[in-house]
Ligand binder design. Structure first.
Ligand SMILES: [Zn+2]
Length: 82
């Protein structure tokens, strides 16, 4: 899933593509949407380290910024410890 974008980006895109201001009802609807789905990687150690998606339970070797399976945006800490 690659359709997770911010509200601002969505509104901008709508205005660019329609060539007019986004109707107020649509702005309201968009503002009521959650900013983004957020999940986190749950470290899982079984001989080696895996990261499990808190939303869908998929298991990966790396803590991606988005879950490749369900598209959930992940809270990834800035400190890199590979
Ligand atoms: Zn997932």
């Amino acid at each position: 899933m690659s359709n997770l974008i911010s509200r601002q980006a969505l509104l901008k895109k709508l205005e660019e593509e329609s060539g007019m201001n986004t109707p107020e009802w649509l702005v309201d609807a968009i503002n009521e949407m959650p900013e983004s789905l957020k999940g986190r990687w749950i470290p899982y150690i079984n001989g080696r380290v895996y990261f499990i998606c808190s939303e869908c339970g998929s298991k990966y070797n790396l803590p991606y910024h988005f879950c490749p399976n369900c598209g959930t945006k992940m809270e990834v800490s800035n400190g890199s410890n590979t």
